[in-house]
Design a protein around this ligand. Structure first.
Ligand code: F6R
Length: 369
């Protein structure tokens, strides 16, 4: 049942190109328009929404954080993202023109379910992004966009996360399409690149041996830090979460711009720091800033593990280890930058003798609050 892999997690990491392609299937037509008739939420409601609120937990929350960048940039609709466990306890402001998106692989996470019930009770429309057909969260939502990752067995979420990203990109682009906002050449180019993204994920998977080797060499470390900016920031959080749950190591993700506001004090000789570098194209200011961050931490002794686009030579002199990812549009980069972090955490966990598919103290679906 593990299809020749030692762990379900390895199998599920390898299945990502297919999971991504399956989630895109039939949703982009030949002319580059999006077809999401299945949503069950009328276009008129999507046109009138004045706010989007995303609720989720754990890895699904990280997909929500990335969705915010895409939704606000492509549609100009304000978007908040909140941990489901915090959401309903703070008396959030919701009305009929609020579109709430609940993201959940299992569709059974109690915190997310309670958040969506609270939202609906206030009159908001709720759209589920879910991987499990007929589970509670989509059943209780107004509409649903299913991810087609197939069953995810390993506790640590991998292929479900990438398909959640695909789903929220599709939703953001669809929202832009029905509202007519910024729908133009840039968006059409993104849709084309999204349609091809499964191949990019495949290419990343083919180059993971050095990442595994690096992970094994770090098995006796206590701490790993992760830095990112823009959509790379949630990727840094996701890399750190994977390492905590699988390798039981102290791992923290930071927004790179926050370094000098505190975290830089943690940097010491030989501390591994993973840096997710934004594309040098597009928002190039961010790229240049993160290159200075890499220099700053390296000058203080950090061992820099740099994830950067192919062709980005500016980072080369400051990278102790360089992990290359294919060039993608700025907002789609998490589709490829997350993959090395999954492999890294899985390999470190194995090297430390941990049970990869069933980490201690964790359950696949958290049905209690
Ligand atoms: C981490 C992980 C968890 C889940 C979280 C939400 O690898 O798997 O953080 O993402 O428990 O679960 P779902 O998506 O089922 O609501």
């Amino acid at each position: 049942e593990k299809g020749g892999y030692d762990y379900f997690m390895l199998k599920e990491i390898a299945e990502q190109p297919k999971a991504v392609a399956d989630t895109l299937l039939g949703r982009i037509d030949g002319g580059g328009s999006l077809r999401l008739d299945e949503l069950r939420i009328p276009d008129a409601v999507l046109r009138e929404a004045h706010k989007v609120v995303i609720v989720a937990c754990g890895t699904a929350f990280h997909a929500g954080l990335i969705a915010k960048y895409a939704i606000e940039h492509w549609t100009r609709v304000p978007c908040e993202v909140e941990l489901a466990s915090e959401f309903r306890y703070r008396d959030p402001i919701l009305d009929q023109r609020t579109l709430v998106i609940a993201i959940s692989q299992s569709g059974e996470t109690m915190d997310t379910l309670m958040a969506l019930r609270h939202a609906r009770a206030q009159g908001a429309r709720v759209l589920a992004v879910c991987n499990t057909n007929g589970s509670t969260i989509p059943r209780e939502s107004d509409g649903v966009l299913y991810t087609h990752a197939g069953p995810e067995v390993a506790v640590a979420s991998t292929k479900a996360f990438l398909t959640q990203l695909v789903a929220v990109y599709l939703l953001a682009l669809y929202l832009g399409q029905v509202r007519g906002t910024k729908w133009g050449d840039e968006i059409r180019a993104v849709v084309r690149d999204l349609a091809r993204i499964a191949d990019d994920v495949d290419r990343v998977l083919e180059t993971m041996e050095p990442v595994r080797e690096l992970a094994r060499s770090l098995a006796d470390k206590d701490t790993v830090l992760f830095l990112g900016r823009h959509v790379g920031y949630p990727v840094a959080l996701e890399g750190a979460l994977k390492l905590k749950e699988l390798a039981y190591m102290h791992a923290e993700g930071f927004a790179a711009g926050e370094l000098k506001h505190g975290p830089i004090a943690l940097i010491e000789e030989d501390l591994p720091v993973v840096v997710v570098v934004p594309s040098p194209r597009g928002r190039s200011v961010l790229h240049d800033k993160i290159v200075s961050n890499i220099q700053e931490i390296r000058a203080r002794g950090a061992r820099t593990i740099v994830i950067a686009e192919e062709g980005d030579e500016a980072v080369t002199p400051y990278a102790d280890h360089l992990i290359r990812i294919p060039a993608t549009p700025v907002l789609l980069q998490p589709m490829v930058s997350t993959v090395p972090l999954q492999v890294f955490a899985c390999e470190l966990a194995t090297a430390r003798g941990n049970e990869v598919d069933q980490p201690r103290n964790l359950a696949k679906s958290v049905t209690v609050e």
